[in-house]
Write a protein that binds this ligand. Sequence first.
Ligand code: NAD
Ligand code: DAU
Length: 372
Amino acid sequence: MSHQPQRILVTGGAGFIGSNFVHFWRQSYPGSRVLVLDALTYAGNRASLRAAESDPDFRFVHGDIRDYDLVSSLLRQERIDTLIHFAAESHVDRSIHGPDEFLDTNIIGTHVLLKAAKAVWLDDGPCPHRFHHVSTDEVYGTLTPDAPPFSEGHRYAPNSPYAASKAASDHLVRAYHETYGLEVTTSNCSNNYGPYQFPEKLIPLVIGNILDGRPLPIYGDGLQIRDWLYVDDHNRGIDLVLRQGRPGETYNIGGNNEWTNIEIVRLICRLVDEKFAGSDFGGKAMRKRFPRAPQCSGAKAESLITHVKDRLGHDRRYAVNAGRISAEVGYAPLESFETGIRKTLDWYLANEEWWRSVMDGSYRKWVELNYA
Ligand code: NAD
Ligand code: DAU
């Protein structure tokens, strides 16, 4: 059963994957209505949506997914037919230090959206609709080194408060389909990387720390494995599922691209070293822009690698079997890791203002003043 999204609501559209989704969508479907609902937590930045702001088909609403009246009135007033739900507390380390917000946003917030969608699309309707829930491979827990990658039938065994809150939200989404007939789909994706990722996550953190000459913290032995996917490949997968996925179904999305953390960090170190080694103007400019980088005093980026205490309950390995999405809707990632990681490094080098400002909040204030 295919679905044709006309007017979409993107929750969490000022975050990493959500903002990339908005840019992907506007390029793919110019002229379609895009509404973003985002609470602008520390992880949400209106600057990430700057390219969309002047488009009359785009609207940003500063608000909370837990606000039932706001969500239901937006669905009605804007005649939204498709909701793509990215909004979440997303950082595992923060969930370990303070789980409450994760439960509030990820579980209660998702439930408020489902309740509002049911009221507007089923109780007032019925009308054609789709609710897509963006979830994570972390709901499946951890894999041993030789275990086959997670398939959709893998039992749920979340290990962090973050993963447990996402697992709970997945179950609520499923329940609204089974009980009320809400047309939902869910995708469970592996680790994303790319532009606009908040520099608390491994890849942008390592890039920024090298450039500023700060230690590169490796949790434990650094041999934990993640399956990395370029963010646009995730968003293309969501688009395919929205249009051609089966209501009530879940789809894993992954890159078939497993790396240990230490390998990734070493790779980024080498790529940044190359930028500084350029005998051309590039190398000189790098030294001028980033005087605290180790390369400026003749050292290599790897000299910053520092093993630190391991994350509590740290999952050892994630890997995703994306066979279902590939067989049913023809999904395949387009970006190779080699090109994706270079593109990402180039983006962070070209957008230093973005990552510095999202870290200290000043740019957000500037944007709020400018877009008030
Ligand atoms: P992010 O932390 O970068 O962005 C989250 C966004 O949600 C921010 O803009 C934030 O302001 C907003 N938000 C938070 N609480 C809100 C609330 N109560 N109301 C409205 N908006 C709120 O996250 P991300 O990395 O872009 O992840 C997006 C989604 O994708 C999440 O649901 C996450 O679980 C899932 N996911 C992420 C990855 C990954 O590698 N980053 C992989 C798989 C799945
Ligand atoms: O698998 C999908 C998940 O990927 C998403 O659901 C989460 O929202 C997203 O944050 C990500 O979770 P991870 O915990 O895997 O990502 P993070 O970038 O925080 O860490 C990647 C790995 O690197 C992990 O094994 C922990 C390790 N790490 C991370 C940081 C920030 C370090 O060794 N040092 C660090 O400083």
